[in-house]
Design a protein around this ligand. Structure first.
Ligand code: C5P
Ligand code: C5P
Ligand code: C5P
Ligand code: ZN
Length: 501
């Protein structure tokens, strides 16, 4: 059987064979939406292939984290959604015989190579826009299903306990699965990494979407491209949607209500507004065209208005009105767990746990939303400092370092925060170190911007480390080194965008 991404197939099979040869595997993943979905995909695939495993999450895969992983004394370590950028350190451990790494990642690789390295960038596929960590993990999961199918399970040592050790299963035949049902999680990961640029997923991601649709776990359609279609009552959906700013509706509570009042939409029995997902097709059509009309009449440029419509990715098994039904809302829910030290909750949700686990996640989500909104307000109110080629702010301890990048990305376009320059955000990590997050746009990338290279070089110049993608990258630098770091960043970005002083 061929996998969803032909370019990656051979490497994926090699990685899958290596995993099948392992007695047990340590699965290590990143603490964000893409990392959690990566872990859930890999965990499901390992479990179905009856390979015992244990899962750990790391905020950042630095030398200490890798040393900790090596100390766990697993012969095989599967890294998902990170590992490529740390190949230099990982390879040292491999050469020392600490473990064999298998990597399913999409970040810019460090200057090293290893045998079981599955990364779209090695095969001419864009890791920032065409395949996420969850996508790479999905390609691996599909290969694992093929490979495991061909190798009969041995009696006795079967993992039946979700991966925390070696269980004793009663069957010796694995259930047949092609793992296509895991495509829905891969789409959540890609959307969570902002790969749905221009309103839809592209390239290898599209093949995964097709798999999900075929497997019956995903539905796609042209739909309003606003955040909160499943969970926000209509007035809030419109008021909070500011990516395409419609005067008199966006950020305008009573304006949004007046607009809706003019449309004759029925309210619910309790007098509350319905949510977008609860409207009939006709009602959706009517609301969408009224919204477009309003935007046109208020002078919103056509190119912006296009952004009101996009492709929706709906997880068909989830109930209408649940944040798990919409890939974008699902990914935010996951960030709300993992970026607050509760990756276990997010992973549980991905693996199908509901009840208390989902309630816990929803509580974390309310907290995350409040933090995002306060963070965006703070940055917008206090403004950014403009250098020649970049703009920046330092949040100190006022924004959590794990979400300062999301806040920076969401604040771009607000008053005084330009779309024409990358934004660089600082937040305290601990007494010694500062976290840096940088975000650009695809249009700057087309002009030559590569934030991964910039943050890597500038952070190392001041004794830190960093990397990521061309359009979004991060780093850690020693406290006090911010100014020297920024100077270097500004210069490097200037060189990339071809405007050397
Ligand atoms: O570590 P990872 O690859 O999962 O994180 C990618 C990060 O880059 C996410 O926080 C995502 O929101 C951000 N990103 C962005 N704009 C893009 C692409 C990615 O802000 N166009
Ligand atoms: O948190 P995350 O980066 O996953 O959010 C993805 C996108 O969802 C954001 O860029 C933003 O447009 C939207 N969002 C929102 N309101 C929130 C959380 C996320 O509009 N409270
Ligand atoms: O942390 P943040 O959301 O800003 O990360 C943006 C991107 O940079 C992510 O893909 C993340 O994995 C990557 N990154 C990295 N090395 C770091 C920090 C972040 O590769 N030290
Ligand atoms: Zn990722």
């Amino acid at each position: 059987m061929t996998g969803p991404v032909p370019e990656l197939e051979e490497r994926a099979i090699a990685c899958a064979n290596r995993l099948c040869a392992a007695d047990r595997v340590l699965l290590a993943s990143h603490i964000d939406a893409d990392g959690l979905t990566s872990a859930a995909i890999a965990a499901s695939a390992l479990e179905r292939a009856e390979i015992p495993f244990e899962t750990v999450f790391e905020k950042q895969l630095d030398e200490a984290a890798i040393a900790g992983i090596a100390a766990r004394a697993y012969d095989t370590v599967l890294f998902t959604d990170f590992g490529s950028g740390q190949l230099d350190v990982i390879s040292e451990h491999e050469r020392a015989g600490d473990f064999t790494p298998v990597i399913a990642d999409h970040h810019q690789p460090a200057d090293e190579e290893t045998e079981f390295h599955l990364n779209p960038l090695l095969f001419g596929i864009n890791g920032a826009s065409e395949l996420s960590g969850a996508g790479a993990s999905y390609v691996l999961a599909r290969a694992l299903a093929d490979v495991a199918d061909a190798t009969p399970a041995t009696d006795g040592e079967l993992a039946t306990d979700g991966g925390t050790g070696t269980g004793t299963g009663a069957t010796s035949r694995r259930p047949r699965t092609d793992n296509r049902d895991l495509a829905a999680l891969a789409v959540v990961g890609a959307v969570g990494d902002m790969q749905a640029s221009g309103g839809e997923l592209h390239g290898a991601n599209e093949a995964i979407v097709d798999d999900g649709v075929e497997a019956g776990v995903l539905e796609t359609g042209t739909d309003l491209a606003l955040y909160g279609k499943q969970t926000r009552p209509l007035p809030k959906l419109l008021e909070y949607a500011t990516d395409v700013y419609i005067p008199g509706i966006s950020n305008d509570e009573s304006g949004a209500l007046r607009f809706l009042d003019g449309l004759d939409l029925e309210l619910k029995d309790d007098g509350e507004w319905r949510r977008w997902a609860e409207l009939t097709a006709d009602e959706k059509q009517c609301l969408a065209s009224a919204l477009v009309q309003r935007a046109v009449s208020r002078g919103v440029p056509a190119s912006k208005i296009d952004g009101l419509v996009g492709t929706s990715y709906v997880l068909s098994a989830e109930p209408v009105g649940s944040e798990l039904r919409d890939a974008s809302e699902f990914s935010t829910l996951l960030n709300a767990t993992a970026r607050y030290d509760r990756a276990d909750v997010g992973l549980g949700v991905c693996l199908g746990n509901r009840g208390d686990t989902l309630e816990r996640a929803r509580t974390l989500l309310r907290n995350h939303r409040r933090n995002l909104s306060e963070g965006i307000d703070l940055v917008t109110r206090e403004g950014v400092t403009h250098e020649e080629h970049v703009q920046w702010f330092h949040a100190g301890d006022r924004i959590r370092e794990t979400i300062v990048g999301i806040v920076a990305g969401m604040a771009v376009g607000n008053d005084g925060i330009s779309r024409e320059k990358p934004i660089v955000a600082f937040a305290d990590k601990n007494d010694d170190d500062v976290k840096v997050s940088a975000r650009g746009t695809h249009s700057l990338v087309r002009k030559g911007l590569d934030l991964s290279a910039v943050l890597g070089e500038a952070s190392r110049a001041v004794g830190g480390d960093g990397g990521g993608h061309d359009v979004a990258a991060g780093a850690t630098v020693p406290t006090g080194a911010e100014e020297a770091f920024l100077e270097c960043v500004d210069e490097l970005v200037g060189e990339q965008l071809g405007s050397e002083r």
